[in-house]
Design a protein around this ligand. Structure first.
Ligand code: UD1
Ligand code: MG
Length: 496
């Protein structure tokens, strides 16, 4: 095993015209992670010492993205103001490597080829270290005709040069081995050879691939075969979708090997930065796990759940179509179907949150239950409190948000409004249908609804009055009748 840690350059200055986008090509995402971040992650997993991105078009946005993701300046940036070819791009990065010794190995990757595995980068480094010519590159055999550079060899199989597709003769285009576009070169050779590159070719560019002919003079660069799936680059949104699908297949296969069940992996969307996912997790079809979500062991995530930037603990049962973002779900939660946990939702252990319950900045403590139709915003719900169907925390007065505190063991009757700021004391009851505007002391009952009135025989009298009216006025019955106060008064509350 090679222990050398390579310097890594990522070429990403190109415009990406065919993406037809205002955004730099390398900022487009696959499985929720930008193209360039896929390449950076692979380089870092391969033990890269330093990573320098060569940027041109929209370099400010790309740098801002790298700084936000990895920390300011962690990924170095070299500017290639004008794109004069891949050789020119790497030349622009040399000043950033000024202090590095000639024998350092430099790995050169492409920002638009995100599926290269870190093992392949390690292989390139090892091969370069072993190569007397101080150069190695990846070759690949595409599964369809691609306008790639062809590897030209002598009869003994020694690599002589790379000819670009546009410069190749018909006979050279018959060559199956193509240049995948990933290289490892000793920095000394890179310095010497880049200085002498010339743009005498069809494109009028400085070709990095011309370094292969220089290496031939030193004994020949080593070519390593790589699967085409890892090498395919992205030029337009059709490529993007195809490579995205391949990325997702890889992610799901890795999780399945780690002990996660997918009912239908082709219809399950797990972002690249999701994890860990515990053993014996079960994931139904149509589930999307996004952002920095993590899932505890034995948790079940049923059909159609969309979970974003959320921590889900062990043994949770997420029933179908539940949506959570920027939330925490504690152990053994019984959630959904159709629960909506918005940012700042924190559910401790054994919480029940049922259908059409929406939470925002709400902390439900151990064993609290809100099983049906409720809105809990800016709220704290104590352990084992019970929130009845139709409960609403009125947290917003049009200007400010206010807090509702429901203490442990409180019982909120159905269809109640809690007008914040307000506190419902420990063990208190709020009667169904109440509008609570003042604090409720512990273990008391608060009730704000009008007393119920019963008028016996009223319904019969009402029906008779209506029937008489209908006979008199016909079906069109133009006169409106107030059912509470019909024309022949069937009696008022309290009447005998
Ligand atoms: C390159 C190779 C070709 C190989 C193919 C594999 C050369 C001359 N040719 O061709 O042999 O088969 O990749 O995909 O290298 N870039 C810059 N600055 C530039 C030009 C390019 O940063 O001035 C970046 C691009 O953004 C891209 C990468 O370098 O990420 C490759 O450039 P691209 O124009 O796609 O090269 P190809 O013509 O595809
Ligand atoms: Mg290309």
């Amino acid at each position: 095993m090679n222990q050398e840690s390579p310097l890594v350059l990522i070429m990403a200055a190109g415009l990406g015209t065919r993406m037809k986008s205002d955004r730099s090509k390398v900022l487009h995402e696959l499985a929720g992670r930008s193209m360039i971040a896929w390449v950076v992650e692979a380089a870092r997993s391969a033990g890269a010492g330093r990573v320098v991105a060569i940027l041109g078009h929209q370099h400010e946005q790309v740098k801002a993205h790298l700084d936000a993701r990895y920390g300011a300046g962690v990924i170095g940036v070299a500017l290639q103001a004008e794109q004069k070819g891949t050789g020119h791009a790497v030349r622009c990065a040399l000043p950033a490597l000024e202090r590095e010794p000639d024998d350092r190995i430099v790995v050169i990757l492409s920002g638009d080829a995100p599926l290269l595995r870190s093992e392949r980068i390690a292989q390139l480094t090892t091969a370069c270290a072993a190569s007397p010519a101080g150069m190695a590159l990846l070759s690949t055999i595409p599964d369809r005709p691609m306008p790639y550079g062809r590897l030209v060899r002598d009869d003994a199989g020694k690599l002589l040069r790379i000819v670009e597709h546009v410069d190749a003769t018909p006979a050279e285009r018959e060559i199956k081995d193509t240049n995948a576009g990933f290289y490892a070169v000793r920095l000394g050779h890179l310095r010497a050879d880049l200085a002498t590159l010339q743009a005498n070719n069809a494109k009028g560019e400085l070709y990095l691939t011309d370094l292969v002919a220089r290496a031939a003079a030193r004994g020949g660069a080593t070519a390593i075969d790589a699967p085409f799936e890892e090498c395919s680059g992205i030029n337009d949104r059709v490529d993007l979708a195809a490579v995205d699908a391949a990325a997702r297949r890889r992610i799901n296969a890795d999780w399945m090997r780690a002990g996660v069940t997918f009912v239908d992996p082709a219809a399950t969307y797990v972002d690249a930065d999701v994890g860990p996912i515990g053993q014996d997790v079960w994931i139904g079809p149509g589930v999307c796990l996004r952002g920095k979500t993590s899932i505890g062991a034995r948790t079940r995530i049923d059909v159609g759940c969309i979970i974003t930037d959320t921590t889900v603990a062990d043994d949770v049962n997420l029933k179908p179509y539940s949506i959570f973002s920027e939330a925490q779900i504690g152990p053994r939660g019984q959630i959904g179907p159709f629960s909506h946990g918005r940012p700042g939702t924190r559910l401790d252990e054994d919480v029940h949150m049922g259908n059409f319950v929406e939470t925002k900045k709400a902390h439900l403590m151990a064993g609290a239950k809100a099983n049906h139709l409720a809105y809990l915003g800016d709220a704290s719900v104590g352990s084992k409190a019970n929130i009845g169907a139709g409960t609403i925390t009125c947290n917003y007065d049009g200007f400010f948000k206010h807090k509702t505190t429901i203490e442990a063991g409180a019982f909120i009757g159905s269809d109640s409004q809690l007008v914040a700021p307000v506190t419902i004391g420990r063990g208190a009851f709020v009667a169904a249908g109440s509008t609570i505007t003042k604090d409720v002391p512990r273990d008391s009952l608060a009730l704000t609804r009008v007393k119920q009135a019963v008028v016996e025989g009223w319904a019969d009298r009402f029906r008779e009055a209506q029937a008489r009216r209908k006979n008199r006025d016909g079906k069109s019955g133009e006169t409106k009748v107030d059912p509470i106060d019909p024309p022949t008064d069937p009696g008022k509350p309290g009447d005998k």
